[in-house]
Design a protein around this ligand. Structure first.
Ligand code: NAD
Length: 365
């Protein structure tokens, strides 16, 4: 089989779906790895490293795409690229089917077998393939570094000849994969950290990282370890208590998400107005609309003394390690369907079946 990777074309995307490490492992399994020249450059993987791993190069991305039995990507390729793929070829990546119905139609028309990695069931066996987790970890880490950079305060407590500096109070809203990494990172920087989530089991996880669980009296565990949407009454109570609490916080990092829904609006304009001058809010949920009412996706601005950032490229900012982890996830997923150097899709495997978005011109639910 020919496994292909070309440069990502989405604006600001620096990650690459295959790394030299994984190219080598695929070659060892009998696959041919074909790359567009410079495919890994933005993530600091030079062509020479891929060549050393047994990969070969195409001069133009269109040529590589047309030869692919498997096309690996981070974000979905443009529709005119998908249309050039061979019928029956595999496409795998974060295909964001909700974001673009025309993309799904193109996949169906092209007869491509598409695996949207965000659909991977979150079971124990799937953990090694879970790109949402590996990328969320980097995003949580970078969100805190961004907050520290934007803050006019120190994070740690300092005792100096010029007197004592109190540590910053950091509140992380949403304690999933990104939120827990944010909590751990803020702790390492010496801040006083609090975490909040609607899933009660996060209390122990937050505390194990040295954070304090902020109890807002709302619990909303949903199916499959995810959160459910809050009722109007639960939301009102959460809002009231949170607004009061935010008056004492220096930095807020929001990471709350509900699968398949726009990000829940948790921090209102009124709450921001109540925050101290010099406070910072980094909204990691900006990509799905943001957890703060004021967030402008992709922008950083100041409103009444509070800096609000809605970065869209946090995982990409850590492109080298994020790609390394992403490519390992891709390899582990692909290994389910590679037998003796040939493709053999096992539709009885729930990881294969449930991740598949389109096969032989039909959309799969
Ligand atoms: P996510 O990105 O969908 O959501 C982030 C967090 O926001 C979640 O913890 C959620 O509870 C929280 N949230 C939602 N609405 C909220 C609200 N109104 N207020 C406050 N917080 C709110 O979730 P994720 O980080 O991808 O994963 C969540 C959990 O799923 C993990 O912590 C883990 O327990 C589980 N998980 C399991 C696997 C696996 O077994 N393969 C992989 C990844 C995650």
């Amino acid at each position: 089989v020919t496994i292909v990777c070309v440069r990502e074309t989405a604006p600001g995307e620096r990650r690459v779906a295959l790394t030299p490490e994984i190219a080598k492992k695929l070659s060892a399994l009998g696959a041919q790895v074909l790359l567009e020249r410079g495919a890994g450059e933005s993530a600091y993987f030079p062509d020479a490293a891929y060549a050393g791993a047994g990969a070969v190069f195409a001069d133009a991305p269109e040529i590589a795409v047309a030869r692919a039995d498997v096309l690996c990507c981070v974000q979905a390729p443009a529709n005119d690229r998908i249309a050039r793929m061979k019928r029956g070829a595999l496409l795998l990546g974060l295909l964001a089917p909700h974001a673009d119905p025309a993309r799904v139609q193109t996949l169906l028309d092209a007869g491509v077998t598409a695996f949207a990695l965000e659909r991977l069931p979150r079971t124990t066996r799937a953990q090694a393939m879970d790109v949402l987790s590996s990328q969320a970890g980097m995003a949580g880490y970078k969100a805190v570094l961004l907050a520290a950079q934007l803050a006019p305060r120190y994070f740690p407590m300092l005792t100096t000849a010029a007197g004592t500096i109190r540590p910053s109070k950091v509140l992380v809203i949403g304690a999933g994969v990104a939120g827990l990494q944010a909590i751990a990172t803020a702790r390492r920087l010496g801040a006083q950290v609090e975490g909040f989530d609607v899933r009660p089991e996060t209390r122990e996880q937050i505390e194990s990282l040295g954070g304090r669980f902020l109890d807002l009296g709302v619990s909303a565990a949903g199916e499959g370890g995810y959160a459910r949407e809050l009722t109007a009454q639960e939301r009102a109570e959460q809002q009231r208590r949170l607004g009061e609490h935010l008056k004492s916080v220096d930095v807020v990092v929001t990471t709350a998400a509900v699968p398949g829904r726009p990000a829940p609006k948790i921090v209102s304009a009124a709450m921001v107005a109540g925050m101290k001058p010099g406070s910072v809010l980094v909204d990691l949920a900006a990509e799905t609309g943001g957890n703060c009412e004021l967030t402008r996706p992709g922008e950083t601005f100041e409103q009444a003394g509070v800096v609000i950032a809605g970065p869209l490229d946090l995982a990409s900012q850590g492109a080298l390690h994020a790609s390394e982890m992403y490519a390992r996830n891709v390899f582990n997923f692909l290994a389910l369907s590679l037998k003796d150097g040939a493709l053999a899709l096992d539709w009885d495997d729930e990881l294969v079946a449930r991740t598949c978005l389109a096969h032989e011109g039909r959309r799969r639910e």
